[in-house]
Structure formats: C-alpha cells, structure tokens
Design a protein around this ligand. Structure first.
Ligand code: BGC
Length: 767
C-alpha cells in the first residue's frame, strides 16, 4: 500500500516527482472519453521509468496464443487491447539540451487530475544540466464532446535565461505493446504526411487490418501572439515530427497548443479516415483550446449532476468514490453497442481482452442506475450479438444443439483466454450474463426485452447448463465436476456451490421467461422456437429435473454453505494467521501453495448470497459471512465490494467501512501493489455498488425501489442519486435523518427500512 497522493474532494494530486511511483501515477492520472484513453505520460522526453500508453476503443490485435502445453479447445489467439500511436509527444530543447525530468534537478512537481472538469494538469520547475531553469505547465484532455479529439496546452518559461528554444511536436505510430506474446510490433505503416504545422500518420494493425489515422496541428504563442514559424519537418514509416526553433526571453511564457485526433476504421470507412482526421484536427484548431476545455467542463458537469456521490466529513472517501465514478465514465459511455468495459479500461494492457464477467456482475448496476436505461441495455445487446459465437465456443468444447458458453475474455465474441482451469472451467460467467438480463428487467420493468433478445440468450445458456451437469446415480443428484468458482485460488473443483446455484437459477429463470414470452408474444415465441430448434417439452422437462435435483453442498453442523466438495477438509486457517510478508499471496506464495491453502481470492459463496440475498435469512447470511470473510484475502479487486454490501445487511458497520475504503481507494493507495499495470476499472463499479447497495441499502423487489440507508460513523453525511423508471431520485443521509427527493412528474412509491412511503412528484420526504 502506498499513500503518496494528496486527499482532495475533486482532484487527484501528486506533489513532488516520485520516479519510483511514476508508472503507478501514469495509470491513476489517465484520461479518456470512452472512445480513446491516454496514460499520464509526459509530453516531453522522459528517460526514467515509464509505461507509454494510448488506447483506442474497439481496435485490437489477435496475438498468437502462447502456452506451455497446448490443450484442444484453446483459442488460437488472445485479443490484445492495442497500444496505439502516441499523440501527446512534444520534445523540448533549451539551447540544444533536451528537457528530460530524469536528468534535471526537479525543484517542484505537481500532477493534478481534475475530475470535475475532466483534464490532467502538470506543473513543474526544473534545473537542466546546462543550468537553465524552466517552469512548465501542461494541461490536456480527451474531449467528451467530440470523442475523436484531444488537446494539449503546454506552456514553458525559461526562468534564468534568454536563448534558443526548440520545440518538436510529433506523432509516433511505431509502438510496441507492453503486453505482447512474441515481442512483435502490431502496426504496419500506411501513410505519413507532414506539412507546415500539421501532420498525420495512418497505421494499420496486422491481421485485423484496423486502420487508425492520428493527426496533429500545433500553434505556438508568445505574449498572446501566434508565432510565424517555418518548421523543419521529417517523416519516416509510422512517424512524423515538426521542429521549430525560436528565441524565448527570460521569464517570457511560450505556449504550445497541440490539437490531436484519432480516427479509426472501427468507426468509419477506411477510405474516409484520413480526411475525417484532418477535419477533426482543423475543427479543434478553429474552436481553440479554451473553448474546447469549457465544453469539456460542461460535459463533465452534466455527468456529475447525474452520477455524483457526495460524502461530507471524510475527504479520502470522497476522493475515492469520485475517482471511481470518473474513471468509469472515462471508460464507457454506452454510446456504442460494440464496446464494453475492460478490466483496465484505457489505463493499461493487463487482461488484454476487453470483456469479462466483471461487466455483468459488477459494472451493470452502476450504468443501470446512473445513466439512461439505454446504456445498460447496450451492454445486454453486446452479449446478444455474441450469442452465435458463444454457441460456437461451446461447440468447440463438445457441446451441441445450441448450447452457449460465453467466453471468459473476449473482444469480439470469440474466446481468447487460454488457461484450461479458467477458460474451460470458470463457467459461472454464463450465469452472470443471464443474471444481468434479470437485473435489467427487475430494475427497469422492461419485460419486452425478454421477447426480442433476452429469451434467446437465456435458452442458449440453459442448454449449456443442461449438458454441463451430470447425474450422480449414487447421490441421486445432478452435479458439476471440474469447475473453477469465482475464487480463482482453487481450480478444477467439484460442485462449486455458486456455480451449481447459478446454473439452477438460470434454468428456473429461463422457464419463467418462456412463460412470459409465450403469453405475451406467442408469434415471436413460435418464430424463436423454429429459429433455434427449441424442443420445449423435452428440453424443459430435463431442466425441471435438474432444478429439482441439483446438488448444493452445505454443512449442517456448521450451518453453512460449502464452497465446494472437500473445502472443509482443508486446514481451516484464517487470514489473521498469515504473517506480514505473506501478502499479497499471489506475489509471495507459489501457485501450488495458494491452491492447497484455504485462502479465498474473492467472494464466492458470498457472491451467490449477494446475488440471491432475498432467498437467505439473516442468520444464514451471518454464519456464512463469519465463516468465509475471515478466510478471504480480497486479492481480486472485485472482492471487497460484495463484502461491504453483506456486512451492511448484517449491521457490521466497521467491516463495511473498512472494505469500502479498500475498494474505493484500491488504486489511489495501490492496495494490491499492481496499479502500475493499469487501474482496476471494473471493480470501480463495485465501489459504487458497495456504496449505494451497502450504505444506501438500495434494492428492487416486486417493482418497488427500497432503501435502508445508514451513515458510517466516520462521515457527517452523504448523498447519492439514482434513476429509476423515469424518476430521478436523490438520497441524502446525515446523522439524524434521511431525505429522499423524487424529481419526476409522477409520484414514487418506495420502501425505506421496510416501511412503505409515497413521494409526490417533485417533492421529498424526510425520515
Ligand atoms: C478475477 C476475475 C476477474 C478478472 C478480471 C481476476 O483476478 O479473479 O474474477 O474476472 O480478474 O477482472
């Protein structure tokens, strides 16, 4: 854990250059707009530790799989999020010496991520080897309004010198992924051009043939006047630069505006991207940096109005939740149904593929409650579009007749993960995809979704479960062997309770969905039956049998659910038995030792209890929480949030708070010692869930919104907003009361702490 960032309500602040933490900061201070993202690398040369990263949504490369021992069924490739052309570069020379903070005496340094207005700012003063002292301030952002545009304002003052300043803005497409299996470069050159103060490069991905045109134009001002420059330009494959030299007087401010665009063939026809890129850059120049930044601030203002959470009395917690919300909206805006939410968003490359079960299990509720309904719907449609591929994926493993197994990791619907114990065995992911459909309908009431899209996906998933279980003659029950539950610290187990439960639930829910569609859209049901060759009678009879006889391991003596067969025969240590140097286990213990130990990576039994909480009484929840939580090391960022929610149900306020701070500040304080690889974007939605479902107690049952808010002792008050079926609801909780306001032209019926209330249109209640 590292605590070097300053606490502030709206900004992330780093004071003083810490080269040893630079890659962590580069992740944390990343900027993005759902279409592109950029790590917080320096514009000028930096020869210290750095992980340069620019990413473009939807543009990927199918890197040839690398495994020790090939297993039939493995995918041929692992889709990599691509490190794309560097558009931020501006090299600076003073009197011939390159400005490089790794070589200067850095006198002051401050990096600020302004989350309110959506930009990154960096200010420093440094003494160069030649004795020149420089003061630099740079601001940059990826525009939320024009999502193919970005802009930089880079100002430099020579503090003790009058002389020659050389400025070289450049674009570099000769980029190599940090994450590559065979150290290959993934980009081929297509076109370069540079003229005057603008330049463009077009590069193409190998194999997938995505083209990207990255463009720039720069303007340099002194004393508010644009300089008339005659640049010296160079170009080579995948690269252009433009060099200008002029005099800067001691104390005089020189401002470089660099306007950039990234236009990709993921969004446009290849024949158009170069022209579009030129136009996008020209439009940005015409608008100007200040006007673009003002638009940016306004766009973020609207986002915050919808999605902000305010905490009074705890700046660290406030900063944490805003950082999570900010990064989520930098990653996914819901405007494009082909996109999804990668575990690292645009902040790094680890987990190279884009979509995991994280989306449905953790991110979905956030977008469902803080954005227009269509945003969450897009996430469902994404999986609907991939159904055919999920069927092919299952077929590759030997399943038949339309059984669908969604991939563990995917970019385009195809599986690209290749560790057998996860790819083939961590099949519970299928359940989360069905659960998100259920969650969407429960929350929005849009049952029609089942008719047009949902049912088809549910049947594919149920068909898979019906083939994946086997009947144990000995026990007279259905079982599932050789699976990996959410706890990846144990693989290839038999009868993981969570997996068996979610399979059984999927089958039941699909039966309900069939009834609904049959009764409400008989024609469409018939058409679907024919299209997917669904033999309702035979198939659903088998499902009913499985539902009735599914084995769900429990232990009567301890009164708990058993994570999987044999779990209780382990040495039942608890986390308190571990020593200081053991953490995190995945960095200090051999994999063998981890697998044999009792320690749990992330919520597993508790994940099931969280999903189906209404089916468990409080005593059962308590016994399981008290048994499993002390054995959980939370080494998946997805773990603490579920524990906040259940600890809240159980009135374990201290535990809930401890887990909340851990999830909210996971990256800011680098809890898991891995933020340098990128931020944990999907778990950030878990933070929101922890807040609203944990502290706010939000649930939806029987079409009714419920809250059961409480205030952590450490705080003076908090407030959050949710959208619910056309209502915009604000919940304020302080030490004495809860106020809920209903911004809608209709009354809202709801439950608070189990009691019924009605809030008239545009009014509020105080409890
Ligand atoms: C977790 C998985 C998760 C993946 C990507 C792993 O560490 O165990 O549950 O899907 O990270 O976030």
């Amino acid at each position: 854990m590292k605590q070097y960032l300053k606490h502030d309500e709206w900004c992330i602040i780093e004071e003083g250059l810490k080269p040893e933490y630079n890659e962590i900061s580069e992740s944390i201070f990343s900027i993005g707009n759902g279409r592109m993202g950029q790590r917080a690398n320096f514009e000028e040369t930096y020869t210290g530790h750095t992980f340069q990263g620019s990413y473009l949504a939807g543009v990927y490369y199918p890197d040839k799989t690398r495994v020790g021992w090939w297993k039939n069924g493995y995918p041929e490739y692992f889709a990599k999020v691509l490190n794309a052309p560097n558009w931020i570069g501006i090299d600076i020379k003073v009197d011939g010496e390159t400005l490089d903070l790794a070589k200067c005496e850095v006198k002051s340094f401050r990096r600020v991520l302004n989350m309110k207005e959506g930009y990154l700012e960096r200010t420093f003063t440094a003494k160069m080897v030649n004795g020149t002292e420089v003061e630099v301030n740079s601001k940059r952002f990826c525009s939320l309004v024009k999502d193919e545009s970005a802009a930089i304002r880079y100002s430099i003052k020579l503090l003790n010198y009058t002389g020659k300043l050389t400025v070289m803005p450049y674009l570099d497409g000769d980029i190599i992924n940090k994450d590559t299996n065979y150290d290959e470069k993934f980009w081929d050159p297509i076109h370069e051009e540079v003229e005057g103060q603008s330049g463009f490069i077009t590069v193409e991905t190998k194999k997938t043939a995505f083209q990207v045109c990255t463009g720039m134009q720069y303007v340099i001002e002194q004393d508010g006047q644009a300089l008339d420059l005659s640049p010296y330009n160079t170009q080579k494959a995948k690269y252009i630069d433009s060099t200008v030299e002029f005099e800067a007087k001691e104390g005089q401010e020189t401002v470089i505006y660099k306007y950039a665009a990234n236009v990709t063939s993921f969004n446009h026809d290849k024949s158009e991207i170069q022209d579009l890129c030129k136009k996008t850059v020209a439009d940005a120049v015409a608008k100007g940096f200040d006007a673009m930044l003002a638009e940016q601030a306004a766009a973020w203002g609207s986002k915050w109005e919808e999605a902000d959470i305010v905490i009074e009395g705890d700046v660290a917690a406030q900063q944490g939740i805003r950082f999570n919300i900010f990064q989520l909206y930098q990653t996914y805006t819901g405007e494009d149904e082909r996109l999804n939410i990668g575990p690292k968003g645009f902040t790094g490359e680890k987990y190279g593929g884009s979509t995991y079960w994280d989306t449905e299990a953790y991110c979905f509720p956030f977008y469902l409650a803080t954005a227009d309904q269509k945003v969450a719907r897009q996430l469902l449609i994404y999986r609907h579009k991939h159904l055919q591929k999920a069927i092919e994926n299952a077929a590759k493993l030997g399943f038949t007749d339309g059984a669908a197994l969604y991939p563990m990791v995917t970019m385009n619907g195809e599986e690209c993960h290749n560790e057998w114990e996860i790819t083939f065995e961590e099949i519970h992911r299928n359940g989360a995809i069905a659960y998100a459909i259920y969650d969407y309908i429960r929350y929005t009431g849009e049952q029609e979704y089942l008719i047009d899209y949902g049912l088809e996906v549910l049947i594919g998933i149920s068909r898979f479960w019906a083939q994946r279980v086997h009947f144990s003659e000995r026990a007279g029950m259905y079982m599932m062997h050789g699976v990996t539950g959410p706890n990846e610290y144990e693989n290839n187990v038999n009868n993981n309770w969570y997996t068996n439960l979610i399979a059984k639930w999927c089958l039941s829910y699909t039966l309900e969905a069939i009834d609904y569609v049959k009764n409400n859209a008989a024609d469409k049901y018939k058409a679907l039956e024919e299209q997917i060759k669904f033999y309702e009678y035979t198939e659903t009879n088998k499902w009913k049998d499985i539902i009735e006889k599914m084995y769900l391991p429990t232990d009567d003596e301890l009164g708990i659910i058993v994570q999987h067969d044999g779990f209780l025969d382990k040495e039942l240590l608890v986390v308190d038995d571990l020593k200081e140097g053991d953490y995190p286990l995945n960095q200090n213990w051999s994999w063998d030792r981890i697998l044999r130990s009792v320690f749990i990576k992330q919520a597993d039994v508790l994940q099931g209890i969280y999903f189906f909480e209404d089916e468990f009484d409080e005593e059962t929840i308590r016994k399981n929480f008290d048994f499993y939580e002390p054995r959980t090391v939370h080494e998946s960022s997805l773990s603490p949030c579920v524990h906040v929610i259940l600890a809240s149900v159980l009135g374990k306020k201290e535990k809930a708070y401890e887990m909340y701070i851990r999830t909210a500040r996971l990256d800011l304080d680098d809890y898991n010692n891995d933020t340098e690889d990128g931020c944990h974007i999907t778990s950030m939605a878990g933070t929101w869930m922890a807040f609203v479902k944990g502290f706010g107690g939000m649930r939806v049952y029987n079409d009714t919104l419920q809250f059961a808010p409480y205030l952590p002792e450490q705080w003076a008050s908090y407030a959050f907003n949710v959208r619910f079926r056309g209502h915009y609801i604000k919940v304020n909780v302080d030490k004495t009361q809860t106020t809920i306001s209903n911004h809608a032209d209709e009354a809202l019926s709801l439950k608070v702490h189990g009691k019924d209330y009605e809030i008239a249109a545009e009014s509020s209640i105080t409890i």
